[in-house]
Each structure stands twice: as structure tokens, then as C-alpha cells.
Ligand binder design. Structure first.
Ligand SMILES: [Fe+2]
Length: 286
């Protein structure tokens, strides 16, 4: 088994050229939509009745080539002192009442790309553009840093709302004493799309087209979706389990009950490019 930490652009380029396929069995990545895009034509159907039964259809591709394996929600880290609301919609992030009060990382980062793509899928490109312009106008500063820095900047009083993934807050609170004050200054609010749920991004797996160890690859994917591995995911990296019957980590559960948006990952993937183009068009990162 060969393990690469992350998928470097060089590996991605090899994958797109169709190289490396002879000896890869699985690709495992923190974003299913990027996985689908990078490896177009490089995968094969798992044909796993176990995965089909465990993983909800909206978190798999219909051909069975990719499957989500854990979920994280894209949420707001709201200032305990200055943000009075306990609920918020993604649409509302563009409301002028938040002018100069929101901090977020680059609009081209995969986590924001997936969120913005979900917005496009929900509302269409024209409305998404309007929303992105509104969100951009509400930023306290140029998009920068990562999700943890969004909490840092809320704690420092630079903004009232930071946008980040659920597990970063839990990691700061429980496993990173230096950054614990950033988490302590904020509360996690699970935003929802108007009439929908909370956007989740998926870490997921793909079975390589020429997998030399196909059967074992499928076994590993099935094990990862099993109760034991899902509990490890839930507690070690504060992920939402992809399946029922696994306890959500108490810190994650403290955010409130997740009502995950049901937009299929394939529809989000199909809007990925449009979202990226809009980010450039509105000068989101400038
Ligand atoms: Fe991450």
C-alpha cells in the first residue's frame, strides 16, 4: 500500500494524464467534488452492496465510482460578545447588516468552492453572483488564512462571524491549547440554506480504474464505512459519521442537531466551475 499525504498538484496532473493508474487502488481525499474532477475517467464502479446500503445516495455518485466516507459542515464561528443570533442562513451572510463583520478564507479554497457551488445549485448563477457580491461587501478584510484564522480574527475583534468547518473548532477547543481562546471567543452556529439544510462537504474515496487490488480496495472502503472506523473518524477528527448508528462526538453534538442539506454531491460538483468563475468575476479574493 502506498500512502501519499494529501494529493499534490503533481499527482493530480499525473492522474489526469492517465498515469499512475496502474498501481493506485484507491484515492482518498478531503473533498469528493475535487476528487471527482481530478480523476475524471480514472475510476471504476465499486459495485458494493455494503456501500450502497450504508452511504446515503446523495453522498455517492450514481455510477458507484466515488463515495463520501465522512461529513463536515461549513458553519459560522460567531462572536459570543457581538453576534446576538443563534440561527443564521447562508443567504443572510450577504445582508448589509453584516457589513465589515465577516472573515473567510479564499473563495477558491475547496471548502468555499463547494459551499459556493452548492449556492449556485440552489439558486442559479445570477442569484449566486449577487450573493457573492454581497458577501464580499461584508468582509472585514481580504480573504486570507485558513478556517482557524477566521476564529482567531473573531476573537481579536476584527470580525463578528468567521466561516469554518465544524472539526477545526473542536480541534482548537480540545486539542490545541494555544488556539483554545479562539474557540472560546466564538460559538458555532449551523447555518442553513433558506428552505434547505446545512452545507456539508465530504471526504471520500474513489476506486481507481486499473486498481491492482480491486477486491481489497473495496474491502477497505467497506471497513471505513463500518461502525468501528466511523466511530474513530467521529472522535479522532470530529467528523460527522456517514452512517446511522454511530455516536457523534460530544463537542460536535454541542453545536446542535445537524440538518444536512440534501443536495446531491454530483450537483454540487457540476456547479464547481461556475462557482470558481464567479469568485474571480466579483473579485472575491482581491
Ligand atoms: Fe480541513
Amino acid at each position: 500500500m502506498t500512502v501519499h499525504g494529501g494529493i499534490a498538484p503533481a499527482i493530480a496532473a499525473d492522474v489526469r494524464r492517465g498515469e499512475l493508474l496502474e498501481w493506485w487502488t484507491l484515492f482518498w481525499m478531503s473533498s469528493v467534488i475535487v476528487l471527482m474532477w481530478l480523476t475524471m475517467g480514472a475510476s471504476q464502479a465499486m459495485k458494493s452492496a455494503v456501500i450502497d446500503k450504508i452511504v446515503p445516495a446523495e453522498y455517492r455518485d450514481p455510477d458507484g465510482d466515488e463515495s463520501g466516507i465522512s461529513m463536515r459542515a461549513r458553519v459560522s464561528y460567531a462572536s459570543n460578545d457581538r453576534a446576538k443570533q443563534d440561527a443564521i442562513t447562508y443567504e443572510e451572510l450577504a445582508d448589509p447588516k453584516w457589513k465589515g463583520k465577516i472573515c473567510i478564507r479564499s473563495g477558491q479554497h475547496i471548502y468555499n468552492n463547494a459551499l459556493f457551488a452548492a449556492y449556485v445549485a440552489h439558486h442559479g448563477e445570477a442569484k449566486a453572483e449577487e450573493w457573492l457580491r454581497g458577501l464580499k461587501a461584508n468582509l472585514a478584510q481580504k480573504p486570507s488564512g485558513g478556517d482557524r484564522e477566521a476564529a482567531r480574527d473573531v476573537a481579536a475583534g476584527k470580525c463578528d462571524i468567521g466561516i469554518g468547518n465544524t472539526y477545526y473548532w473542536a480541534l482548537m477547543m480540545n486539542k490545541d491549547p494555544d488556539k483554545k481562546p479562539w474557540a472560546e471567543a466564538t460559538k458555532v452556529i449551523l447555518p442553513t440554506f433558506a428552505g434547505g439544510g446545512t452545507h456539508v462537504n465530504l471526504s471520500g474515496l474513489l476506486l481507481a480504474k486499473h486498481a491492482p487490488n480491486r477486491a481489497n480496495g473495496i474491502k477497505l472502503i467497506e471497513w471505513l464505512a463500518g461502525e468501528h472506523a466511523q466511530q474513530i473518524y467521529a472522535d479522532a477528527n470530529y467528523e460527522y459519521p456517514i452512517r446511522d448508528g454511530v455516536a457523534i462526538n460530544p463537542t460536535i453534538a454541542s453545536y446542535g442537531k445537524l440538518k444536512a442539506d440534501t443536495l446531491p454531491v454530483t450537483r454540487i460538483g457540476a456547479s464547481r466551475k461556475a462557482a470558481s468563475t464567479l469568485v474571480d468575476k466579483v473579485g472575491f479574493d482581491n
